[in-house]
Design a binder for this molecule. Sequence first.
Ligand code: PEP
Ligand code: MG
Length: 852
Amino acid sequence: MPSYVYDFVEGNKDLKDLLGGKGANLCEMTRLGLPVPPGFIVSTDACRVYLSTGAEPPELGRQIAEHLHLLEGRMGQQLGDRDDPLLLSVRSGAKFSMPGMMETILNVGLTDTTIAGLIRHSGDERFAWDAYRRLIHMFGKTVYGVPDELFEHALDVAKRAAGASNDLGLSAGQLHELVDEYKKIFAAHAGRDFPQAPHEQLQLAVRSVFDSWNSERATVYRRQERIPADLGTAVTVMAMVFGNLGANSGTGVAFTRDPATGARGIYGDYLANAQGEDVVAGIRNTLSLQELEQLDPRSFGQLNRIMDRLEHHYRDLCDIEFTIERGKLWMLQTRVGKRTAAAAFIIASQLVDEGVIDLDEALRRVSGEQLVRLMFPAFDLSHADPPIATGIPASPGAAVGRAIFEAHRAAAESGPTILVRRETNPDDMPGIVAAQGILTSRGGKTSHAAVVARGLGKTCVCGAEALDVDVDARQFTVDGVTVREGDVISIDGTTGNVYVGELPVRPSPVVRYFEGELSPLADPLVAAVDRLVGHADAKRRLGVMANADTPDDARRARRFGAAGIGLCRTEHMFLGERRMLIERLILATDEQARQAALDELLPLQRNDFIEIFRELDGLPVVVRLIDPPLHEFLPALADLTATVAAAQARGEDPGRDGELLVAVRRMHEQNPMLGLRGVRLGLVIPELFAMQVRAVAQAAAVRVAAGGNPRPEIMVPLVGTMIEVPRAALTAAEIATAADFFSFGTNDLTQMGWGFSRDDVEAAFFPRYLQLGIFGASPFETIDRTGIGRLIRIAVAEGRAARPELVVGVCGEHGGDPESVRFFHEAGLDYVSCSPYRVPVARLEAGRATVL
Ligand code: PEP
Ligand code: MG
């Protein structure tokens, strides 16, 4: 019979698939002998059965009852006992952390009957009613969908009536009245009274945690984080410990290092006399752990020792949740903590210095996606007015956008926005995803807004307390300045500063380092990037080239570490003034006129190549012969038709426009992407390719004569050295007999393999596809391993079988996409070629691919 329930003593940290991250780590802490309240875990297997069949597995009820019985034995308390009731927390926990996206219900087991026992045993009536009102609120919201605001409103009314500024100002009697009010709200919306059977509470709570896997915010979060939709969540059921038992109790969250900068030392927020989610929800302002040291030095000392132990055990930054119940410390959660991209690099490098991990492991702990984030610009403050406020720098970056005060409006806006809230909650997820940045007036570095923003790589400033945010009026005020919805603001997630208006931005230090403007020793981040990219270079098998077709790009490619140019798109050299020469070529009626146009193009092309070969002296430059159909260099058919018609209407001779129109009509194609382009054009107008090849050869000769070492390679687009149509991939063996190397044009290969127009679909229906979860990411961004990837594998194998020394690379956009780079490594390619700015990312990922 399958097991669906596991005791904390049965699991360990490696069982995240089965027990979820939270459950597995609670087991691990239990094994380490840390003070964890006893409990058990309902597995993700059970959740998956529930999600796919709509019902819990038949054995589940009995298995939960057995484990509950064991727990009761261990605690010496029973669920529903009227003298000394056991209370439980019921918490979600998937394999991958989804902070705040799913549900938690605390104090399960409290009823009108058991509350008397709780009052007697705790000796604290206020605490017991506080616990009960929290249960009805969380249970009502989670299990029966009672709107949060109704409970919040009733709480506000009670506070106002009591003249209390926060929940601590409510007395036992007032909380008792609030519980009665909550029960009415519950009954009105749930269509039944609040359940008075503790076992029913537990069963419904477990089910609603399962259901919360498919809540809208959880679904949005998973899509964003590319977490598979079918994993399901585990449910952790644990004996309650109470942080709301008076001033010597409290609850907190902490990190073993600063998750924003990587700075060592424990770091976090503490809230006295509070329970569970109060800290992250930003309800009251929190204390720092240094303040906890003053309040409760013994618990603080123990916390320090435990965190040190956890860091050593996990060999990484850990974050934890803890509760102090009347001076006794309890650990409620730990995990390897989320961090900013900068902190990921810095911490990985620090851990190497500390001898905790080696460089290969350090490489596993950073990613190309993170390096991409680090290459974003920051604000240029040289001419900026002073900030209007400073909050907590919770997630770095420089974000500019229109202030929007509600998540759904931010999600609906088309331009860049900054979501401004007093505090965020998980329902704000769609707005957080859509916004450039998040600004809140409440909450610390561990508030919901901060945690989620860091996970998504969004800029976030939180706890900017000077801001008086009025969501209803859609504005905030600070020191006499009013910012209304739609006004542009700038927020700096590195300093916490908030500015009115649009601030200019400057390049990131990481980019300046790659540009050669900053020494690798400039700051700890640059030093860590230098070290890890350097190690990746030492490990990687894949070469990294760049796509560049101007001398400027070529220089940057070289500075950023490219081993050459893998794609020089020559059609970019036919634009501007030179377009007229193409027109003349197309309009030429005889051989002589055509040759004259080509003769004028030749020296221009030769000079282009001379410059690029000079920049890349000693390194290979792959020159691709002209690819797009020629009509792309002519005026658009519709415009030209109108011009000619207008001239004719005026009784004038349209002259050259008339001739052009005839040519454009002759060459017009319904599907130019599938038309006369690439090698096909080369066959129909061979003189054009011939001119380009001559220009390459002459440029090389000029460079050799000047003492240089040019290394040109010539690439025939579509089907040739480039493999861009599926048939080319499938006939690679034959092509390899004529081609010295292959370069996959994965943009076209994706377009033609899927039958997706690369110019249209990403704007047309991909957003819907992404929303529906049909794609996790666009196949134009991340290579489709199963389909297009298979074409690539076939072509590599058959091409190399025909010509063993065949060099194989890729030059589509995928060459700079971290996940795709890992695929190209696995598929045995020799190199990737990508835009110059992506070269460091590809270097890093190519190195990581060897150690993953
Ligand atoms: C490609 O198709 O992947 C490619 C590199 O060529 P282009 O993007 O110029 O069509
Ligand atoms: Mg192409």
